[in-house]
Design a protein around this ligand. Structure first.
Ligand code: C2O
Ligand code: CU
Length: 490
């Protein structure tokens, strides 16, 4: 064969290889595009966690709709609220005005306080939030239909519409509420607030919320850019409920007093000991309650590395800044106490979740994508359980950034981290800060039937595919992502 001919064959072969490669890539791109409208039920790869595959009722048109999973009875609510979602200009303490999305013209929205055992009813009205709004009760294990996820448990509430939530406040603790429609932009713009479930007996002392949020790049605590003060008389027991409503982790400092960590994610800790010069990392979406007794000088709670802080005390107290040398670690803090199950229990289902990044297409966009068990959304695992199952989940973060993993509708008990067992107080979580390289083993009882989101609470990550679902066998949803209401939960 002549040189020329060989050259020509090589060119043709190269061109064919290129065409084949383009065809494969084109196919991957085409397949990755999310349809205009779809049911979350038809996505995900069913993962039974090594347990039996439950009979599939949904194929025969049977099954229970999420809409049936509601608070029973018709009693008159003990606590009733109305929240109106609307665009409004809010003024930060430094005078800057932010074009925000608000509940009742405020961001944070009104602080809701209810008592344990209350039947709570909240009517949501949407005045003018164009893309629609919902309310998700972050950390409150409500019946599924009250979960507020557009396209999964309800339709987005469009301008002029309203929707009523109703649930029994069974837990005690610090929670927050936020829209779960285009949450990756609208929570950041201000559609959130704090809800506290107080014990039914009155507690002595003062009880205050400190909510961190960044508006247009400006870090705030309770919409305050720094220097805020609250009067507290000497000797008063103080409980401060720290809530991180941002999409990134924040480290909080408590200066001017030793303190105790009283609760994590709304669950009280057992036997919390006194801490001093300890920094408190709080996951995006997570909460930590701290307690101390007011000394004669000021105590400040601040965002590490910034001048944003709120000072508590009598008069105009001076605080000496603390320089924390170590970070709070719930794995070894407090005293053990009996739990309904433990690391030595027999689990009905055992799931594994590895978070990685890989090259591929997400909704037609090429790049390095979030992958769950090696799969890019929507081909991610869907954990399927049956009511009553005891479930164990191992979560491994094999990426270079933190992922605050949030499971709706349940609280999980942390069993171990990187093989090291939890030896302190029982540590129940709904938003677990999984830092790069960490592997947690957690467990929960599947006692709240429904279809529940399980996602990263860096809401930008969730919108980029770090989202999956926990589904109970036999439960279906009539709601669709996309559709006429434009349901876009992330
Ligand atoms: Cu705080 Cu799925 O959300
Ligand atoms: Cu993430």
């Amino acid at each position: 064969m002549s040189r020329q001919l060989l050259g020509r064959i090589a060119t043709v072969a190269g061109a064919l290889a290129l065409v084949a490669l383009l065809a494969v890539l084109g196919r991957a791109w085409w397949d990755s595009r999310l349809p205009q409208t779809y049911s979350v039920m038809s996505y995900g790869t069913h993962d039974y966690g090594g347990g039996p595959a439950p009979p599939d009722h949904s194929e025969h048109g049977g099954g229970t709709s999420v809409s049936a999973l509601r608070e029973p009875g018709h009693e008159v609510p003990d606590a009733r609220f109305e929240l109106t979602a609307k665009a409004a200009d809010i003024r930060l303490s430094g005078g800057r005005v932010v074009h925000a999305l608000t509940f009742d013209g405020m961001s944070p929205g009104p602080e809701l306080r209810v008592h344990q055992g209350d039947l709570v009813e909240v009517r949501l009205r949407n005045a003018d939030v164009d893309q629609g709004v919902t309310i998700h009760w972050h950390g409150i294990d409500v019946p599924n239909v009250e979960d507020g996820v557009a396209g999964v448990t309800q339709n987005a509430v469009l301008p002029g519409e309203s929707y009523t939530y109703r649930f029994r406040a069974k837990q005690v603790g610090t929670f927050w509420y936020h829209t779960h429609q285009v949450s990756s932009t609208d929570v950041g713009r201000g559609l959130f607030g704090v809800i506290v479930i107080e014990p039914s007996e009155r507690q002595p002392g003062v009880d205050m919320v400190v909510a961190a949020h960044t508006y247009d790049g400006i870090a705030t605590l309770n919409r305050d850019e720094g220097g805020g003060r609250r009067k507290v008389p000497v000797g008063t027991p103080v409980r401060i409920r720290i809530v991180n409503t941002d999409s990134s982790e924040h480290t909080f400092t408590v200066s001017g007093t030793p303190f105790r960590v009283l609760a994590i994610d709304g669950t009280d800790l057992n036997g919390p000991t006194e801490l001093r010069d300890v920094a408190l990392p709080v996951a995006a979406g997570g909460r930590i309650d701290v307690g101390y007794v007011q000394p004669p000088h000021g105590v400040s709670v601040g965002l590490e590395g910034t001048s944003v802080a709120i000072t508590f005390g009598p008069g105009w107290p001076q605080v000496s800044e603390t320089k924390p040398t170590i970070s709070f670690d719930p794995l070894t803090y407090g005293r053990p106490a009996p739990t309904p199950f433990s690391a030595s229990s027999t689990f009905d289902r055992d799931f594994h979740l590895a978070i990685t990044k890989k090259l591929g297409f997400y909704d037609g966009k090429p790049g390095r994508q979030w992958a769950l068990n090696g799969k890019i959304y929507p081909d991610v695992p869907m954990f399927v359980v049956e009511k009553g199952d005891l479930v164990r989940v191992t979560i491994a973060n094999r990426t270079r950034v933190v992922h605050p993993m949030h499971l709706h509708g349940h609280h999980a008990l942390v069993l171990s981290r990187n093989g090291e067992p939890s030896t302190g107080s029982p540590w129940w979580t709904d938003t677990l800060n999984v830092v790069p390289g960490d592997e947690y083993v957690i467990a929960f009882r599947a006692d709240n039937p429904g279809i529940w989101m399980d996602h990263c609470h860096n809401l930008g990550h969730a919108a980029a595919g770090l989202t999956m679902h926990l589904a109970y066998a036999g439960i279906t949803t009539p709601f669709l992502v996309g559709g006429e209401d434009g349901n876009t939960p992330e």
